[in-house]
Design a protein. Sequence first.
Length: 187
Amino acid sequence: MAVAPARWPDQAVLDWMVDHRDPVVTDIVTAITTVGSTGGVALATIAVAVWFVTRGARPHALALVVTMLLGWGLMNALKYTFRRDRPPLPERLVDISTFSFPSGHAMMSAMFAAAVVCALARMDLPRKRTRAAAAVVTAASLLIGFSRVYLGAHWLTDVVAGWALGAAFGAAGIVLVLRLISARAGR
């Protein structure tokens, strides 16, 4: 049995988005949401993991991949636990058949952002670069989440929960996996 969506603030935000849609913005937002898809986040994860390896940070690469894979499993488990319906079709500009809560795009992009930032913070890199990377991945996650509400793919609370869960799991996951790798290497 699916969980009915909350009314406020979800319906009010969706109504506002629908009333303020613009064809050019819709095209841009559609491109952003595509980048934040499972495939897009997977490609970004692989690219950053390869970059970590080329910088001699193999544990960071492994921790990133493990964190993202476990997080993907958690996201899917949460969707099937809560079984929340998506916004109705007239307002929804994308065709999706999975459950709504939490937003997978928001959760996985926030998880990626948090994991990358935490991993970079543990490397010997100039602070300027780490801060710049943090700004880019955080902005990307925010835009991806916004795109999901704008397109009517998710309720606002799906996206906010996705961001919170993703950031928490990404930060905790990367730290824990790096500690496990370090402890194992110390044997």
